[in-house]
Design a protein around this ligand. Structure first.
Ligand code: ZN
Length: 134
């Protein structure tokens, strides 16, 4: 597999409107877009920084995965995403290496990406996402 770059860092927040102000007003970055990923019950705000992004993740339902994450661990960095050329090939290689996966096959993520998560027990507690974009 070839890891190309850090695609994004996912940060769980209670409110994109409130949390976004630090990135826009203090750091001078732009929120390029906000998208709802219905499947994940989450709004995602994209804040590009060169060839990476910060993604602010705000739950749209009290029982969504991001809401549960905040309940358990508070707001903060929720996952890190590495971009690859070919997610299917990457997942096959991870399986061959015996790495436990949350997603056995790619699913649709925000921004039209194909994504899959590796089990955090494999990564010293870090939720790692593999992501492919056109
Ligand atoms: Zn992500």
């Amino acid at each position: 597999m070839k890891i190309k770059n850090i695609d994004h860092i996912g940060i769980a927040v209670k409110s994109i409107e409130q949390a976004g102000k630090f990135y826009t007003d203090v750091l001078g970055l732009d929120i390029e877009d906000i998208e709802t990923v219905v499947e994940q019950k989450v709004n995602v705000a994209f804040i590009p920084i060169t060839d990476s992004e910060v993604e602010l993740l705000e739950s749209v339902e009290p029982d969504g995965p991001v809401a549960k994450y905040i309940e358990k661990r508070g707001e903060g960095i929720q996952h890190i995403a590495f971009r690859v050329d070919d997610i299917n090939q990457c997942l096959e290689e991870l399986k061959t290496k015996g790495v436990r996966l949350i997603d056995q096959a790619p699913r649709h993520g925000a921004g039209g990406a194909k994504i899959a998560f590796i089990h955090p027990k494999e990564t010293n507690g870090v939720l790692v996402e593999i992501c492919e974009r056109d």
